[in-house]
Design a binder for this molecule. Structure first.
Ligand SMILES: CCCCC/C=C\C/C=C\C/C=C\C/C=C\C/C=C\CCCCC(=O)SCCNC(=O)CCNC(=O)[C@H](O)C(C)(C)COP(=O)(O)OP(=O)(O)OC[C@H]1O[C@@H](n2cnc3c(N)ncnc32)[C@H](O)[C@@H]1OP(=O)(O)O
Ligand SMILES: Cc1cc2nc3c(=O)[nH]c(=O)nc-3n(C[C@H](O)[C@H](O)[C@H](O)COP(=O)(O)OP(=O)(O)OC[C@H]3O[C@@H](n4cnc5c(N)ncnc54)[C@H](O)[C@@H]3O)c2cc1C
Length: 654
């Protein structure tokens, strides 16, 4: 092993892990540069070092031992401490740096200003005009106010056109009157709205002169800026504990004849003049821009959640010995089992593939934003289709990978000492928020059907759907010749995606021709359409992975990424048996591949995934620190169970 390969090696580590790290065929730092991009990889190291030096930013005790109130308080305390240091540590205008700082200090369970950064600020940037930005955006960036994005209601989250919250324009007073007219119209779910925020961008159906004009965004003050007491005509609170993500106060909101000035409607695109004249936005869905922003960022974030789970289980699999392969020899590390490798390695490949796809979706979002600033709305539909598909496929597959990683840790994976439960709970939330996955698949489906129509009209679609017009391709994977390299795999992927998309389009056409309404015909084809969307998105991920690997200059890093690419393409494409070979190839680098994610112990919050591999002694420490172990007999036991047993004993003696 050459000196450059040992970035993760330390004195005193568990020798089982040291042995693994000595086998690395590449420099883990150089692979980290590819996974995150070299700038972010360097900044993450610097951020981790800065946090080490500020003890107030460290966890006061493991989060799983905290009550919900303690978690909420801990997150608030850290946000306050961070506010004093943040500009020294990160460039606040860089989302990925800020998100890394958040993950390292506060973690994934939520915090009082998540939505402020994830949606409130992006919505102001995308939808407020210059004067409104001066009034609210600068204050928001300085964190003088904390805001959220209040769109979903108790009765409607997906179907935005049926939102019941109304904003009725009162010409006389030049005000909007906001109302939650029914129980189902209560805003429900917005992050941090329950207790933390004092402002919200409320999405409400605009009404002018009894005419319904669809969902628009309004700035609403929820709480007094000094006392933090709820403002008049507003009822607000926390919606209670969730599957995970319990440091966050997701909230409810009722608005009762709340009057706000006309200029509180965000007016960069749609406008309401003093006399009530309404000016339409240049693109009907510009009001949805904050959602597209988050969707474009969710891909790298879910790649990271998957990376958390896989580095925990891969490291643990190398210190856990259980059973024999050769009965005459010692018990083996569980990573040696073929099933364990098949369980983990394809997901490691996916974590890399998703990270690369996520970098691309963020890049595309930035390009679209700049072109929109220049007045061009052309890229909006492409980006919406891309991010809808990626969001749905990646959150779903990341959830599956996290669950496999948990199962790969056996019983200890079920203890919160592994932290797997929280990673899973937070990961799968992404299948629901920012658009329920199967619904988002249909959005991409609409786009694919349009592309098929244009192919049938003899046109040549460009960009990610160009392959739909490629005729005369091979019909089966059996035709693939291995020596043609990965390009051949990609062509096979294209073939499969194209065939499914045309199949769905033809079925749709058949139903339409049979006299069904467009909507009914569509509903009859949604399973086929969603399959097409899934295959199209997997093609994008594979293709992007392939192109990304071609760009890697360091030969050792390129070689290991090619191993992963090979595994990925085979895993996604061919039958299960075929990847046994690839798994063997990945095995020596398994720990180093996950070390390259450079996730610190502070960030991991997992006893099983410790970098030094000293799992068992720390599991014991963990158990001893449980609140429930502070008394030999729990007060609740004395109150309920002991009398129950004593009583039962007394009864049996009678
Ligand atoms: C520091 C920054 C980092 C960001 C951090 C962000 C997130 C953190 C993520 C992970 C971190 C890890 C841990 C943290 C964990 C958890 C929590 C953190 C954040 C949670 C945030 C969650 C916030 C929310 O959920 S907000 C609410 C989101 N709600 C939705 O998404 C609703 C979904 N519904 C819709 O979008 C729409 O209703 C619809 C389904 C698209 C239908 O709309 P409709 O108007 O009815 O349109 P229709 O279907 O008829 O289509 C007409 C036409 O319009 C096109 N269209 C639709 N939408 C768009 C769009 N957005 N853009 C462009 N075009 C669009 C559609 O394609 C049709 O086109 P055509 O006619 O076919 O041409
Ligand atoms: C952790 C978390 C944080 C959140 N944060 C926020 C926030 O900050 N702000 C905010 O406004 N909201 C937030 N939400 C709400 C979230 O955006 C919505 O829950 C989400 O968009 C799904 O909508 P829904 O709940 O109405 O699901 P539903 O639409 O009721 O989904 C139920 C089922 O119906 C199916 N379905 C619905 N419509 C169709 C259709 N047209 N075709 C086929 N099937 C369909 C779905 O696929 C699903 O299987 C959050 C949610 C969570 C879980």
């Amino acid at each position: 092993m050459s000196a450059h390969l040992n970035a993760a090696l330390r004195e005193g580590d568990n020798p089982e892990l040291t042995e693994e790290r000595r086998k690395a065929t590449f420099d883990t730092r150089k692979l980290a540069d590819e996974f995150f991009g070299s700038h972010l990889a360097r900044r993450r190291r610097e951020i981790a070092k800065a946090i080490d030096a500020i003890p107030e930013l460290h966890d006061t005790k493991p989060l799983p031992f905290m009550t919900r109130e303690e978690k909420v308080e801990e997150a608030a305390r850290k946000v306050f401490t961070l506010s004093k240091h943040i500009t020294d540590i990160v460039d606040l205008s860089n989302n990925r740096e800020t998100q890394s700082l958040n993950e390292m200090v506060i973690g994934i369970e939520g915090m009082p200003i998540s939505l402020h950064f994830a949606m409130f600020i992006p919505a102001l940037q995308g939808q407020a005009d210059d004067e409104q930005k001066r009034e609210w955006l600068d204050r928001a960036i300085r964190m003088e106010i904390i805001g959220t994005y209040a769109q979903t209601e108790l009765g409607h989250g997906t179907n935005l056109r049926m939102l019941e919250t109304t904003a009725t324009y009162d010409k006389q007073n030049k005000e909007f009157i906001l109302n939650s007219p029914t129980l189902t119209s209560l805003k429900w779910w917005p992050g941090n709205m329950g207790k933390s925020c004092n402002y919200a961008i409320v999405v409400a159906n605009l009404i002018i002169d009894d005419k319904l004009l669809g969902p628009h965004s309004f700035m609403v003050q929820l709480r007094d800026e000094n006392s933090h007491e709820t403002m008049p005509n507003i009822q607000i609170g926390d919606i209670g504990p969730k599957m995970a993500y319990n440091s966050s106060d997701n909230g409810f909101l009722k608005l009762s004849n709340l009057r706000i000035p006309r200029r509180n409607m965000l007016m960069k695109h749609a406008k309401v003049q003093e006399d009530g004249t309404y000016k339409k936005p240049p693109h009907e869905k510009l009001a949805y821009s904050a959602m597209v922003h988050v969707r474009s960022h969710m891909i790298t974030q879910h790649a990271m959640l998957l990376a958390y789970a896989l580095s925990i289980s891969t490291r643990y699999s190398c210190i856990r010995r259980q059973g024999y392969i050769d009965p005459k020899k010692d018990e083996v590390k569980v990573i040696e089992y073929q099933t364990q490798q098949h369980r983990l390695f394809p997901h490691i490949a996916r974590a890399y593939a998703f990270a690369f796809a996520g970098t691309e979706s963020i890049r595309k979002f930035e390009i679209m934003k700049r072109s929109l600033e220049a007045g061009n709305i052309e890229l909006i539909a492409d980006l919406h289709a891309l991010t809808s598909g990626l969001k749905a496929v990646v959150t779903y597959l990341a959830g599956q990978g996290i669950e496999q990683a948990r199962q790969a840790c056996g019983g200890h994976g079920y203890s919160m000492a592994s932290y797997m439960g929280e990673i899973y709970g937070v990961g799968i939330a992404g299948c629901t928020y920012e658009g329920e996955n199967l619904v988002m698949m249909q959005q991409l489906g609409r786009y694919l059907i349009k592309a098929v129509k244009s192919v049938k009209e003899g046109k040549k679609p460009t960009g990610y759907v160009a392959y739909l017009a490629h005729a005369g391709q091979r019909h089966s994977l059996i035709d693939c010749r291995p020596n043609e390299g990965y390009a051949e795999h990609i062509r096979a992927f294209e073939h499969i995606a194209r065939r499914q998309t045309f199949r769905a389009a033809e079925r749709l056409q058949k139903y339409e021709n049979s006299g069904l309404s467009t909507e009914q015909a569509w509903n009859n084809c949604t399973v086929e359409l969603n399959r097409a969307s899934r295959l199209h998105t997997r093609l994008f991920i594979a293709c992007n992975f392939y192109e990304r690997v071609l760009d890697v200059e360091d030969m050792a890093v390129r070689e290991v990424l090619e191993d992963l690419l090979h595994l990925h393409l085979n895993y996604e494409l061919i039958d299960i048996a075929s990847y046994a070979l690839e798994a063997k190839k990945i095995r020596p680098n398994a720990v180093s591949l996950v070390d390259s994610w450079e996730i610190t112990d502070r960030e991991h919050r997992s006893v099983l995934g410790r970098r030094d591999g000293h799992v068992y002694e720390n599991l014991f420490k963990w158990a001893k620190s449980s609140d429930l172990n502070q008394n030999d007999v729990l007060p609740s036991h004395k109150k309920h169970l002991l009398p129950m047993m004593l009583n039962a004993r007394k009864q049996s003696k009678l």
